[in-house]
Design a protein around this ligand. Sequence first.
Ligand code: SF4
Length: 193
Amino acid sequence: MPQLPGWIANWPAYRQLTGRDRLGRGEAVRSPHTEAAAPRTQAADRVVSSICPYCAVGCGQRVYVASAGGRDAVTQIEGDPDSPVSRGRLCPKGAASKQLVTQPGRLTKVAYRRPYGTAWEQLSLDQAMDMIADRVIATRRDTWQEHHGGQRVARTLGIASLGGATLDNEENYLIKKLWTALGAIQIENQARI
Ligand code: SF4
């Protein structure tokens, strides 16, 4: 049989007619690109269970991690089939959450712009937490209302809390307890807006 040009020999219809895959549902119609494809999770050497950070649904995630040069790197994030909440599914936002971890513009330090400042400053987390605590204490003291309209109210209207969508039930419970104990009454969460 004469030697066929490569493009004919590699033509899926030719391979289907002359090879073992007569129905054309397997190797006959597979392209070199497909043959070379590998699972996105293949490079990982371990898998860590996690929860999607984006919203209060709390879908389960499997985080694939590879170690190289003494450093761990997230290589892929997939839905966790063992999660009773999401059973392996992630919405498009959750499915893209690897970008949240790995994108180079991610901020990993506290950024602070002081009043009338024109540039961001970096603060340590301890310093930032102390500054927040100082402001809460001062605001509560300066805006405290013991009575209003002849009634005892024991509250402050100087503090409001708006929780983000990534807070889970337990965090919201603790936040509500904290602010209520401090006398704040304007306590909301994104999920109710
Ligand atoms: S995958 Fe989507 S629905 Fe699930 S927790 Fe993340 S953002 Fe929410």
